[in-house]
Design a protein around this ligand. Structure first.
Ligand code: NI
Length: 138
């Protein structure tokens, strides 16, 4: 890594033990990568809070027999076509569909699209994964 800096951290022994146990459970090889990931995670949160360009993935699990729901979900995505990057539709079984909608825009806009889709009657489980364009991350 170019321009890598090292720094020392003073930390309570018990807190460090808990941290080490956690990162071992999460399969990290070392503390450095775990700490870098935690820092990036907070920076991504800040991107969302400060109105920067971000990306999100909305997952929507629903029963396609639910009256008119497929049409309503598609209609909503057309209303926000400037923000929708792609949509993947999986036919999970005879009843259920899983739709994955990739969204790019300001955090507030992405939240608005996600809320509209997830709150639709008949959506069994909906979730927004908040991530980044990566432009400001290393
Ligand atoms: Ni389907």
């Amino acid at each position: 890594m170019a321009n890598t800096k090292r720094f020392g951290v003073s930390i309570d022994e018990e807190l460090l033990e808990r941290f080490d146990k956690m990162i071992e459970d999460k399969s990290y090889d070392n503390r450095s990568e775990a700490i870098r990931d935690m820092i990036r995670d907070r920076l991504v949160e800040r991107e969302w809070e400060e109105g920067e360009e971000v990306m999100g993935v909305v997952s929507l699990l629903y029963d396609h027999h639910e009256r008119n729901l497929s049409n309503k979900l598609t209609h909503c995505q057309h209303n926000y076509h400037d923000l929708i990057v792609s949509t993947t539709h999986l036919h999970v079984d005879e009843d259920n569909c899983l739709e994955l909608v990739a969204v790019q825009g300001k955090g507030q806009e992405v939240n608005e699209v996600a809320d509209k889709l997830i709150s639709m009657k008949g959506v069994i489980h909906g979730k927004l994964l908040a991530t980044s364009t990566g432009a400001e991350l290393i």
